[in-house]
Design a protein around this ligand. Structure first.
Ligand SMILES: Nc1nc2[nH]cnc2c(=O)[nH]1
Length: 453
């Protein structure tokens, strides 16, 4: 007995460069919200399953002109920074943090304010097709638990970190952990409270060990956080080699790159996700591949703060797990469609180069481009592999995290005029042209969590 059976045409990434078209398939979902079977029209039992379910409440026929995509996975987002999205992008990272961001994050000591912003960011992400998000909250333990609770209640798969920043000379008095011991104790209590919420959350919520980045953390806290992550087998997230300033800051402090320093503190492992990572050396990238650590590539944010375009195609060839992050609010857009488009465009600019005064052959970095199909892989299957969770693919054994895209609605109609247009062309048009209006329904772990109908 299946809980839900969908008859639909869908797209799913089967490898970094390949997208499968699942035409007129039956997607059979069990009571845990997992895809139990995908039955193709040529399968022997297609007609019998169709006949068994077609007149039941469990049957969902996706209309012509609508297509299913896996829900998107945001590998790096600061939930609290939703309150300042779209502002203050005119100054460098270090000044942006101290002038705008730390004062804005400090307001999350107020739980009423935190609730207002967090409920809105989670529902906004769901409306944009983001079914899983790896969140930075703020230093405040209670407000961080609240974010996990809001994800649980709204049906989003949230991985949430209480931010740790305890280094007095780099953090303002009004916004940091009281001291190292408190930072570690709050983190441990946070982990236990989120694990408690997870016990009754179908789609899962996960506590994440979250040193903000090396420049705001003491050696003691970094070491303690590595130990806590090992003790509770949690995910880990931080920022790594994001900009010239951040990269050089760690070099000056430790005489080594961020990646190496994070590894020495036990912070690079299979469930680690490091945001940005623009300035990884080849050796650093090998360390990521060996430890199973992932890169959260944040292409919109990088255009403002990273002083560079990350060579994402090269790191993918080296076997590093990679997904996409919106990095609200270093990135202004909550949409991973926007970020997929920017990932492609930035990679093209890296390949061709940008300075017209240089001769063609000196202008760019060859073999740097990625296609929109590769961006789709990053935002779905790549994100799932980065988190070591069975999400991001429409395959048996994976969670039913899905968005229904309607290409026909009058206010956001896609330019589809040829009834014989190849489905993979329609897929590309969706990746480039979909707006939130087109995202009609969103399911997480088999449950409908957003609908515009
Ligand atoms: N983009 C970005 N980089 C950071 N590095 C440390 N904190 C932050 C942050 O909030 N945003």
């Amino acid at each position: 007995m299946y809980t839900k059976v969908f008859l639909a045409t869908a797209f799913s990434s089967t490898s970094p460069k390949e997208v499968a078209v699942l035409k007129d398939c039956l997607f059979c979902i069990d009571d845990k919200g997992i895809i139990d079977r995908i039955v193709h029209p040529e399968h022997d039992d297609y007609d019998s399953i169709l006949n068994e379910y077609v007149n039941t409440h469990a049957f969902y026929k996706i209309d012509e002109g609508s297509y299913l995509l896996p829900g998107f996975i945001d590998l790096h987002i600061h939930a609290s920074q939703w309150a300042q999205a779209g502002t203050a992008l005119d100054i460098p990272l270090h000044d942006w943090l101290s002038t705008y961001t730390f004062p804005s994050e400090a307001k999350f000591a107020d739980l009423d304010y935190a609730k207002l912003v967090y409920e809105d960011v989670v529902s906004t992400l769901l409306a944009n097709g983001t079914t899983t998000a790896l969140y930075f909250a703020t230093v405040h333990k209670e407000a961080s638990v609240l974010l996990a609770d809001i994800c649980a209640k709204q049906g989003q798969r949230g991985l949430v970190g209480k931010v740790v920043m305890d280094l007095a000379q780099e953090c303002p008095d009004f916004y940091r952990d009281a001291d190292t011991q408190t930072a570690l104790q709050d983190t441990e209590e946070f982990i236990l409270e989120v694990k408690k919420i997870a016990e009754t959350t179908k789609q899962g919520v996960y506590p994440v060990v979250t040193p903000r980045f090396i420049p705001t953390c003491t050696d003691e806290v970094l070491e303690g956080l590595g130990a806590l992550a090992a003790k509770y087998d949690t995910h880990i997230q931080s920022h790594c080699s994001e900009s010239d300033w951040a990269h050089q800051h760690v070099q000056q402090r430790f005489g080594k790159n961020d990646a190496q320093a994070l590894n020495d503190f036990g912070l690079l492992q299979d469930k680690s996700v490091m945001a940005h990572s623009n300035f990884l050396s080849d050796e650093d990238a090998k360390l990521f591949a060996e430890t199973g650590s992932a890169i959260a590539h944040c292409p919109v944010s990088n255009a403002y703060f990273a002083n560079s375009v990350i060579p994402i195609a090269k790191f993918a060839r080296m076997g590093v797990d990679i997904g996409l992050g919106s990095d609200i609010s270093g990135g202004f857009s909550p949409s991973l469609y926007d970020n997929s488009r920017q990932a492609v465009m930035s990679s093209r600019m890296l390949e061709d180069g940008v300075n017209p005064d240089l001769p063609t052959e000196e202008r760019g970095v060859k073999d740097s481009r990625i296609t929109i199909a590769e961006a789709f892989h990053l935002v779905t299957a790549g994100g799932g592999a980065s988190l070591s969770l069975p999400i991001g693919r429409l395959e048996e054994g994976y969670a039913w995290d899905v968005q229904r895209i309607d290409t026909t609605i009058p206010t956001a109609k896609l330019p589809l005029f040829d009834p014989d247009e190849p489905l993979l062309d329609i897929f590309q048009k969706m990746m480039y042209l979909v707006r939130p209006e087109n995202i009609r329904d969103v399911w997480v772990q088999g449950e409908l969590v957003h609908s515009r109908n």
